[in-house]
Design a protein around this ligand. Structure first.
Ligand code: PXP
Length: 251
């Protein structure tokens, strides 16, 4: 008898609804409205990244998301004192620590946990005590996975951006090697007792192999879904992503 694999959660990242809003300084489109719609369409959680420069999500969005959501909020943030204070005030279900450089367009590489063990252990301790599930957004490098376990993180989110870029560039042999390294990273993280998530850059074309890794429990997907919503509507875009994720999980 085959056992069904555990449900793969979909966290919908609503940052880029705020990007469109902020492009005109208007009150619309509202990321909280998008989050509510995403919940109805099958999202298991909502992800939002409060960047230091507030280029998309702003503080008031986090206040409103905390009040409005019926699913867990995954709060993405840089490991700064300001962000720690905001997270401790709201106590979201999950806090995902991401690297952040002001000049980058998006989160370009994973966090270097291995070079910052002492500071990050101290940094995440109050978040853990406040009941947040702390996740480290890292590449598949075993050193980073082992360091994340060492500092006491509950979760690692594996960065799928490089895999997605290689796919988009048609570099399929390198893409497959990157995918194999991600699969190995997922196995190592799981063996160390870490919950495994994945995300960044995922699309309809790239989601299936990552969704089929049995150790992966959650995918966080944003930019593609918000773009696809222009053509299909947000509910339909999420439903289609959900369908592909579920199909990848079916033995
Ligand atoms: N996971 C993390 C940690 C991220 O920083 C991002 C981007 O904010 C995502 C997932 C979602 O990536 P994308 O918007 O490319 O789907």
């Amino acid at each position: 008898m085959t056992h069904p694999r555990p449900h793969l959660r979909l966290g919908v990242n609503i940052d880029h609804v705020a990007t469109v809003r902020n492009a005109r300084g208007s009150a619309y489109p509202d990321p909280v409205r998008a989050a509510k719609l995403a919940e109805k369409a099958g999202a298991d959680g909502i992800t939002a990244h409060l960047r230091e420069d507030r280029r998309h999500i702003v503080d008031a969005d986090i206040d409103r998301l905390m009040a409005a959501l019926t699913t867990p909020l995954n709060f993405e943030m840089a490991a700064t004192p300001e962000m720690q204070a905001i997270a401790l005030r709201h106590r979201p279900h999950a806090v995902c620590i991401v690297p952040e450089k002001r000049e980058e367009r998006t989160t370009e590489g994973g966090l270097d946990v291995a070079s910052d063990i002492v500071r990050l252990t101290d940094y995440i301790a109050p978040l853990r005590e406040a009941g947040c599930r702390v996740s480290m957004f890292i590449g598949h490098d075993p050193r980073q996975i082992e360091a994340s376990a060492k500092i006491g993180a509950a979760v690692v989110e594996l960065h799928t951006g490089h895999y997605c870029d290689l796919h988009a560039e048609g570099r399929f042999a390198e893409r497959d090697a990157e995918l194999a390294a991600l699969a190995q990273g997922a196995r190592l993280a799981h063996s160390l007792g870490l919950e495994v998530h994945a995300g960044h850059g995922l699309t309809y074309d790239t989601v299936t192999p990552v969704a089929s890794f049995p150790e992966v429990m959650e995918l966080n997907i944003g930019h593609f879904l918000i773009g696809e919503a222009i053509f299909a509507g947000l509910g339909a875009a999420i439903a289609e992503m959900r369908r592909r994720m579920d199909a990848a999980r079916t033995p």
